[in-house]
Design a protein around this ligand. Structure first.
Ligand code: NAI
Length: 396
């Protein structure tokens, strides 16, 4: 059915997308017995964001799966006539250019969470497919996880726990790699919602300095309140930091950013925390830096491809190959999917769908792409940055 046009003063084009029978495809991780035990595990195939009845009562079809690996997955089959795709970054249904080409009816992609890099955003823009995410829904959850991971690494927690669990006791072996966070320099790549919250939470630890690199600057009163300083060059910032935490989106400008060249610019023995996206770091370069002692530790929850293969190098890498030296604080992609976060991103997904069904304007913070254009600075500014660099080079 053709959407009815809605009269509006807005310069953007909005339509009433109701009444209609849309096909909505959800890709979520499987919860199994855990989804039964904890009904608030909403981001699972079983609990389906709690929106099945609401969708079906309106006449829509909701197909849910965790089977997503191309080329013959349920996702590949169902996408062909899907109007809407919902997926979480924790078990992402990758919406590649190929899949977009096959999804002839696709109108919007909704990320139940934050981070829409699993969608080929350029391809989505070309087809004027809207991309929305539940901005802010899990930023506290991730910021808390970042602080935990920094402490875990700096204090050498994981190998110390593993030692007692296996029945050993050797204080020297684990203490020789354990430090205080107080007096250290901590730096974030990206000072958006998560980056800012991380620095705010670190303030009471009395670090020597809190630094950030971003092309968006914090207002000076916020910088003062947090006690942080912007560094103009990423290389300069990482060379000053004892701990670097990555909190920017994955896009063309950040893919493979932390390769051996940048890691070698870091202080020898620094710690690197990445809860943003796995592909911002080059997996093998990180593992080698850990082994050589260039990094004392690497931790986070995001992997270049998810689920990560069982032999992925980040699962078992250790400093100098010795377990007690620690340095590995990797977990599955879970920082943004705490039970509290799941309630927020499930509710936010429903709001996005409801707005779209009603032809209402979305909360602008939730819009990544719309009407063939980038709407979010976090992703869209990258082209401007490239242009700025070109202009500068030409001027020189
Ligand atoms: P945000 O949009 O509030 O902030 C992102 C910041 O990164 C912006 O200030 C932007 O200007 C900056 N940025 C973009 N490119 C950059 C670059 N090349 N160098 C430095 N800064 C750059 O986003 P938010 O909510 O803080 O989330 C950040 C990222 O964290 C998401 O894009 C997502 O990939 C990841 N994330 C991970 C989660 C998890 O469960 N592990 C959950 C939520 C988000």
């Amino acid at each position: 059915m053709k959407p009815l046009k809605l009269l509006t003063n807005s310069t953007r084009h909005f339509s009433v997308n109701k009444p209609s029978n849309y096909k909505i495809v959800g890709v979520f991780y499987r919860g199994g017995v855990h989804a039964q035990e904890q009904p608030k595990l909403l981001g699972t195939v079983e609990n389906q964001l709690g929106i099945r009845k609401w969708l079906e009562d309106q006449g829509h079809t909701f197909v849910v799966t965790d089977d997503k690996e191309p080329p013959n997955s349920t996702f590949d089959k169902e996408i062909v006539d899907a109007d809407i795709i919902i997926t979480t970054p924790f078990h992402p249904g990758y919406i590649t250019r190929d899949r977009i080409a096959k999804a002839k009816k696709l109108k919007i992609c909704v990320t139940a969470g934050i981070g829409s890099d699993h969608v080929d955003l350029n391809a989505a823009n070309e087809k004027k497919i809207g991309v929305y995410e539940v901005t802010g829904s899990n930023v506290v959850s991730v910021a808390e996880h970042v602080v935990m991971t920094i402490l875990n690494l700096v204090r050498n927690f994981v190998p110390s726990h593993e030692m007692v669990a296996r029945g050993d006791w050797n204080v020297a072996a684990v203490a020789k790699n354990s430090y205080d966070l107080e007096g250290k320099v901590v730096a974030t790549v990206g000072i958006g919602r998560i980056g800012e919250r991380v620095l705010r939470r670190l303030k009471p630890f009395e670090c020597k300095e809190l630094l950030y690199f971003d092309y968006q600057q914090l207002p000076s009163e916020i910088e003062e309140e947090i006690g942080c300083r912007r560094v103009e060059s990423l290389q300069e910032m990482v060379s000053q930091a004892d701990v670097v935490t990555i909190n920017c989106p994955l896009h063309e400008g950040t893919k493979g950013l932390f390769d051996k060249n940048l890691i070698n610019k870091m202080k020898r023995g620094a710690w690197l925390v990445n809860t943003a996206r796995g592909s911002i770091c080059v997996a093998q370069d990180v593992a080698e830096a850990l082994k050589s002692g260039q990094l004392s530790g690497y931790g986070g929850d995001v992997w270049p491809y998810q689920p990560a293969p069982s032999n992925h190098v980040w699962r078992s890498m250790y400093k100098l190959g010795q377990q007690d030296q620690g340095g590995n604080a990797m977990v599955p992609h879970m920082s943004g999917t705490s039970i509290d976060a799941q309630q927020r991103y499930a509710a936010g997904t429903k709001v996005i769908l409801e707005n779209w069904f009603q032809g209402r304007k979305q909360n602008h913070h939730d819009v990544i792409c719309e009407n063939g254009e980038y709407a979010s600075k976090a992703y869209g500014e990258r082209q401007k940055l490239v242009d700025k660099i070109k202009e500068f080079e030409a001027y020189k």
